[in-house]
Design a protein around this ligand. Structure first.
Ligand code: 5AD
Length: 441
């Protein structure tokens, strides 16, 4: 099973190509040297990843062809929602109608939605978020892998279990060879097309070394590589981009500058945002977002988080619950509820109804056993699987008891495929937004 479907090139317009997927056309940027109309390619995140032989493509497509339309139909059926608004708060009804029409919500509307606590109304909000997701993005569900290469971190973020606060944590750092091999295995054997490389702000690897690893991975195993090494500086980001990284996963954590400084002593939100903005200008696809429920964060702050994510041109919204870690200064915080998280996912969907990919985070899956399904039925359209070697996973303890600490990659894949099939979601990344060159057109 692949996490992308090969498409056939229909047209080439300079660096942009048009790819056909069972009659649906998508654009992608081509960075490969030679491509012709009629070739089959994998595209991911709006970029062509590699060319595949017609034989290989047709083999995959023949498997998909049968299920593709069946899945779409199942999704369509499951995402139906009654537009009957009887007995529903009038302002919520207005908000939902607006979202269905593909119009972004404003701050006041997001706040209103996040403040709603009437179970039936919320149920309707979640269903409508799912309807809107289906209407504008169809049934594609991004499945990315994440490889946590080191849990060393020199930062003292107050919420984070791998920060300097956690003195007793046993630290690990994968060797460059192990990183490249593990990444290539995820891409070649487990067929991930998009992979996030993440670590604490380690500092032991220079950006040049990281760039070298990315180059090697991409040479050996064509893929869409996203980086998540924290604040490596603007020139660091450029080096990683030049090495072939095309995505940046960096949350701003909170859009409230005072809270930001409180939880990140000595650092500023402005620097964080500069990284994200500059990365976007360089051509990175951006995954960003914030923690839900940091102590002191208000509903207004969370509405601001969603709007800031939109403002940062996020391809994907990453919002997960803050889960208190016992070895951090915020150990005694009460975690947020499942409903609070679902509200944020639905609000993110409504903030950018036509475009947003909304991630069901591992933190949410840790908070609630049914999170993935519930999230996917409340506007989300993306999941991440952990491909870190099992012996390191427990040590990457950003919060306690993370899900899938011991689950093999294959079992995570099987479980995901089964869930996506039951929901009629195709594990693909077909419709990603365009890359940098197309943004100005
Ligand atoms: N609970 C949930 N998420 C956390 N992160 C760090 N600590 C926690 C926690 N206690 C998240 C941060 C960071 C990402 C890698 O992990 O948002 O960006």
């Amino acid at each position: 099973m692949c996490y992308a479907i090969p498409g056939k090139i229909k047209e080439i317009r300079g660096k942009t190509i048009l790819v056909d997927y069972f009659g649906e056309e998508k654009k992608a940027l081509n960075e490969l040297s030679s491509l012709s109309v009629g070739d089959y390619v994998y595209a991911q995140g709006g970029y062509v990843i590699n060319k595949v032989s017609a034989r290989e493509a047709e083999e995959v497509l023949s498997v998909w062809k049968e299920t593709f339309f069946e899945y779409q139909e199942r999704d369509l059926r499951l995402s139906r929602v009654s537009l009957e608004r009887k007995g529903i708060d009038r302002k919520i009804a207005f908000i939902l109608d607006k979202a269905v029409q593909g119009v972004s919500l404003d701050r006041g509307e997001i706040v209103y939605l996040l403040n709603c606590d009437q179970p039936e109304t919320l149920e309707l909000c979640f269903k409508t978020a799912n309807f809107v997701r289906q209407k504008y993005l169809k049934n594609a569900c991004c499945v990315h892998g994440i490889l946590e290469i080191s849990n060393y971190c020199k930062q003292d973020c107050a919420y984070c279990g791998i920060s300097t606060h956690h003195e007793s944590l046993s630290r690990y750092r994968m060797s460059p060879e192990e990183i490249v091999n593990t990444a290539c295995e995820a891409i070649d054997e487990y067929r991930f097309k998009a992979l996030v490389l993440q670590s604490g702000e380690d500092g032991a690897y220079s950006v040049d070394e990281l760039a070298g690893m990315i180059r090697e991975i991409k040479e050996k195993s064509p893929s869409f590589i996203l980086v998540s090494f924290g604040e490596v500086g603007i020139s660091g980001l450029k080096k990683l981009f030049d090495a072939g990284a095309r995505g940046l996963l960096m949350r701003f954590e909170t859009s409230n500058p005072e809270l930001y400084e409180k939880f990140h002593p000595g650092r500023t939100l402005a620097t964080r945002l500069e990284h994200i903005r500059k990365a976007y200008e360089m051509g990175y696809l951006i995954i960003t977002g914030a923690l839900i429920g940091l102590p002191g964060a208000t509903v207004e702050d969370h509405a601001g988080d969603i709007l800031l994510t939109r403002d940062l041109h996020a391809e994907m919204y990453s919002f997960g619950p803050f889960l208190p870690h016992p070895n951090t200064p915020l150990a005694n915080t009460k975690p947020v509820s499942e409903t609070d998280v679902l509200k944020m996912l639905a609000a993110a969907r409504f903030a950018e109804p036509r475009e947003a990919r909304v991630l069901v985070t591992t933190a949410f899956e840790t908070l609630s056993p049914d999170a993935r399904k519930k999230g996917l039925l409340a506007g989300a359209s993306s999941v991440m699987l952990n491909v870190t070697p099992v012996q390191y996973r427990e040590k990457y303890a950003i919060y306690p008891n993370r899900v899938n600490q011991h689950a093999s990659i294959q079992s995570q894949i099987d479980e995901t495929i089964e869930l996506l099939a039951s929901l009629g979601r195709a594990p693909t990344d077909l419709g990603a937004r365009m890359g940098y060159e197309d943004r100005d057109r």
